[in-house]
Design a protein around this ligand. Structure first.
Ligand code: SAM
Ligand code: FES
Length: 343
């Protein structure tokens, strides 16, 4: 495999590509070529365990925000989380993503215990945390307990825009700093943003891409903003499906070695969104492993897909879909390519 160089678009070219639907096919073709050169037709799968929908934050766009009193809250027990991982392992998952709201009932040491136990039972698996902001010491303790990766979308790189999406108690600076702290500690780090979040301009997306160039993440997760009926943004328009696909392609071209998921939000806005995401340059899927009875309660946005399926059904359904689209599911940890270090 030869080293693939990252595309260096000018701001003006990015603006052109981001703003016009006519570029979808052009970008997807180029991105698919790059993805194939590095990752072939392989698709890495991660078993997603949404272990708590309690959250201390009040992001205006998010269905599980603290002030949404219409959400029935749940928390998985230690045993339930471990059981999800065991079921996932049998289904062939070798990465588990523990995701939740910022739920302080799970103390730092509780998270460490969960990570340690999963690693003890399944040492060949990778663990990704997606639990929001904690202290640097906490991140370090998670890493020492065996966590490998951390997903923390910056959401937006524009400070004014950040405070249109989040209340002032939250900190733009802290979110950004957290990403650099996580990198320094040694995590494989994932950033990202929503496409079409309320008040977002195309110029903001360009600055988001520039921020990611500075961060040099291993993973980048993007999906369309989707409204949720109990949030302050309930009447805001959803993000654009086609623009999200274009951005997936642009990400692949600018960050050739990154792990880029075709997200659940992309599959929610269009029934073939995940397949099209792969064709546009994505190489990761994150099917749900959470117990069936809780799925609907993790309602970040309306009409979320796969809320009724069992873990095994999700796995089979995805395998069929991926094969039909011309890709192969891979059963290993699916770490970022070693070549990533070179850029
Ligand atoms: N609490 C953790 C955090 O803050 O990173 C992880 C959970 S959070 C719900 C995961 C991601 O969901 C967020 O980073 C955000 O980009 C996305 N999200 C939340 N509400 C959304 C919405 N209405 N539409 C699309 N994506 C949304
Ligand atoms: Fe905390 Fe959405 S507001 S996860």
């Amino acid at each position: 495999m030869s080293f693939v160089k990252a595309e260096n678009f000018t701001d003006q070219r990015l603006l052109e590509l981001i703003s016009d639907d006519k570029y979808n096919e052009y970008l997807a073709k180029k991105a698919d070529k790059v993805r194939q050169e590095i990752y072939g037709k392989d698709v890495y799968v991660r078993g997603l365990i949404e272990f708590s929908n309690f959250c201390k934050n009040n992001c205006y766009y998010c269905g599980i925000r603290k002030s949404n009193l219409n959400v029935e809250r749940y928390r998985l027990s230690f045993d339930e989380i471990i059981m999800c991982a065991k079921i996932g392992y049998k289904l062939g998952y070798r990465t588990f993503v523990l995701q939740g709201g910022e739920d302080l009932k799970f103390k730092d040491e509780d998270i460490c215990k969960i990570v340690e136990e999963i690693k003890k039972i399944h040492p060949d698996c990778a663990i990704t945390l997606s639990i929001g902001e904690r202290s640097k010491e906490a991140y370090r303790s998670f890493f020492n307990a065996g966590a490998d990766r951390y997903l923390l979308r910056e959401e937006t790189s524009n400070k004014n825009h950040y405070y249109k999406l989040h209340p002032k108690e939250m900190s733009f600076e802290n979110r950004r700093k957290a990403l650099f702290d996580l990198k320094e500690i040694g995590f494989q780090v994932g950033g990202g943003f929503m496409v079409g979040s309320p008040y977002q301009k195309d110029e903001d997306l360009i600055s988001d891409l520039r921020f990611l160039q500075e961060l040099k993440p291993d993973m980048i997760g993007i999906g369309p903003y989707l409204s949720q009926h109990d949030t302050p943004f309930k009447d805001m328009e959803n993000g654009s499906y086609k623009k999200t696909l274009r951005l997936v392609s642009i990400l692949r071209l600018m960050f050739p070695y990154c792990l880029i998921p075709a997200t659940t939000a992309l599959g929610t806005i269009n029934p073939f969104g995940r397949e099209e995401g792969l064709k546009a340059g994505a190489n990761v899927l994150m099917p749900n492993l959470s117990p069936n009875s809780y799925r609907e309660l993790y309602s970040l946005y309306d009409n979320k897909i796969c809320t009724g399926d069992e873990a095994a059904e999700c796995r089979n359904c995805l395998e069929l879909r991926i094969k039909k689209a011309g890709y192969n599911i891979v059963t290993h940890r699916g770490d970022v390519s070693e070549y990533k270090k070179m850029y």
